[in-house]
Design a protein around this ligand. Structure first.
Ligand code: NG1
Ligand code: MG
Length: 518
């Protein structure tokens, strides 16, 4: 399916957001004119996302269930005529104090260089450019380098806030470059794949959920994303209930900057999961694990499928039914419990001994491109979380599929069951994946005490955002509780404006698009 081209804002945003968005877009287009002395040709747009369930399992290639939010990145673009020699890209932001204007040349080779040791907002554009350039080479025989572009960016997804501002920016960038270079029908799947790989060139060993959630969704629906046997996505409707399903998102205002914390947080988790897969395959005597589409080429899902194919005689584990798959996961939880007993983690020496791979080789293959720091790798805990979380996603999907609730009581029961799964995810993230933080834990307990059915961190964690399933009649009570006991206590000088940004009641939004300016 192709990324849609839209011509009115009503096709992009829900009704209650239209007025504010119209003001924002008008300002973007008029600032573009003031900055560059001409009109923009088009705007590429890609939203942030909130993950409903399936945390830290995308890079292990298990299914996840995010949804797009209304907040997004807009890139207003004017395309320069094709010329010989290097082409120039000018990049400015509606918030020039925070995001400095830059200008750079695309060399004739087409490949810009990215210095991933610095945290530069233009790096995210460059990574999108790099990815799109590769794709354009496949599509257009003669293609070498992108045309020049003048760009004005406006993003309102909070950065470091767990709503995936980075993926929104990278997707909007790749989309802008594709469109500027003459591609009018851009395949959604190709764009997502390009954006996933692109984001890794900024130094984060990203899964793939965020980019999928930024591109695929249709207005009003969540997105079930699968990574094997290949990337695919299914739009998911929420059941109609007498008390509508409402997700409330609350910022912790603890910035979780993956760029600096990567070696001990996000990237370390990716390595731990990969090492767990290697160790488990060795313990169970599997033949070489297949190289898969995961960030480090080997994954827990790869181990999972190989185990049942090689040991239990399943012909193709990708085609077993949901029920069998859930049983397999239960089985794997029990196996991890038995065969990976070390609570204190595994040293490099121990991992090397079990796998028969030398330490330098392990470091070279799994810890060099994205450096990590850590003496012990908590394989037991990480694998338990991943298999357990994959089970919760399946249970959540089952509940969404269950027959329509007949009575008020049925509705309530469904919401409670969904909420209980979210709470279990939070417990697992806090206790065994160790990716929560005291502030998020506090937001969750406050919400539950004010009537939320389920509360948890969303996104990478260690700060950022939280998501809560709240019955609509309790939304105000939950908001009041947070305001009084979290925001005003921790940030006594917080402005009303900041407070209004802190809490968002979000309906599922629509994915990326191109908007033609006429
Ligand atoms: P955030 O930090 O919210 O963008 C990250 C990863 C996801 C996924 C989640 C955890 C990137 C771009 N995104 O999300 O792929 O692994 O953490 O579920 O790295
Ligand atoms: Mg991100």
């Amino acid at each position: 399916m192709a990324v849609p081209t839209k011509t009115t804002l009503a096709e992009i945003y829900p009704e209650d957001a239209l007025q504010a968005q119209t003001t924002r877009w008008n300002k973007l287009l008029s600032t573009f004119k003031d900055t560059y002395g001409k009109s923009a040709d088009f705007v590429s747009r890609s939203p942030g996302r909130v993950n409903i369930i399936g945390e830290h399992i995308d890079y292990s290639l298990y299914e996840v269930l995010p949804m797009a939010v209304t907040a997004d990145v807009l890139l207003a673009v004017s395309v320069k005529p094709k010329s010989s020699g290097p082409s120039t890209i000018r990049l400015t932001n509606v918030n020039p104090q925070k995001f400095k204007s830059t200008e750079f040349e695309v060399p004739e080779s087409g490949d810009v260089e990215i210095d991933s040791s610095t945290l530069e907002w233009s790096n995210y554009f460059k990574s999108g450019l790099l990815g799109a350039t590769k794709l354009l080479r496949q599509k257009q025989k003669e293609f070498k380098q992108s045309v020049g572009m003048d760009i004005l960016a406006d993003g309102n997804v909070p950065s470091g806030g767990g709503l995936s501002s980075s993926a929104a920016f990278v997707c909007a960038s790749s989309l802008a470059v594709m469109k500027a270079n003459g591609e009018d029908k851009i395949d959604k799947k190709e764009l997502v794949e390009v954006a996933i790989v692109s984001e890794r060139s900024v130094g984060v060993n990203s899964g793939g959920m965020d980019q999928a959630a930024s591109v695929f969704p249709l207005q009003g629906q969540a997105l079930y994303v699968s990574f094997v046997p290949e990337l695919s996505a299914k739009n998911v409707s929420f059941p109609e209930l007498s008390t509508p399903l409402t997700f409330v998102i609350a910022q912790s205002f603890v910035a979780a900057d993956k760029h600096t914390t990567g070696p001990v947080c996000y990237n370390l988790r990716v390595v731990e999961c990969t090492l767990a897969a290697l160790v488990l395959s060795k313990i169970f005597g599997l033949k070489e694990l297949p190289s898969d589409a995961g960030p480090l080429g080997k994954s827990l899902r790869g181990f999972h499928d190989a185990y049942f194919q090689q040991k239990e005689g399943v012909a193709d584990n990708h085609s077993v039914g949901a029920e069998t798959f859930q049983q397999q996961l239960q089985d794997l939880v029990a196996k991890v419990d038995q065969y990976l007993p070390q609570e204190e983690g595994y040293t490099r020496e121990q991992i090397s001994q079990i796998t028969g791979i030398s330490i330098p080789q392990l470091e070279q293959d799994y810890m060099t491109k994205f450096p990590v720091r850590g003496e012990r790798f908590r394989l037991r805990q990480r694998a338990l979380h991943v298999f357990g979380e994959a089970i919760r996603v399946l249970k959540f999907m089952d509940l969404l599929d269950s027959p329509p609730a007949q009575t008020e009581e049925d509705s309530k029961k469904l919401l409670q069951d969904l909420g209980a799964l979210l709470n279990e995810t939070q417990d697992s993230c806090r206790e065994i994946y160790e990716c929560s933080c005291p502030e998020i834990d506090e937001l969750c307990s406050l919400a539950r005490s004010a009537g939320a059915y389920g509360s948890r961190l969303t996104g990478a964690g260690w700060g950022g955002c939280s998501v809560h399933l709240v019955p609509s009649e309790k939304v105000d009570a939950v908001k009041e509780k947070w305001t009084a006991e979290y925001y005003k206590k921790r940030f006594p000088d917080i402005s009303e404006e900041k407070l209004s940004e802190a809490i968002v009641v979000s309906k599922p939004g629509s994915g990326g698009c191109v908007f033609e300016v006429n």
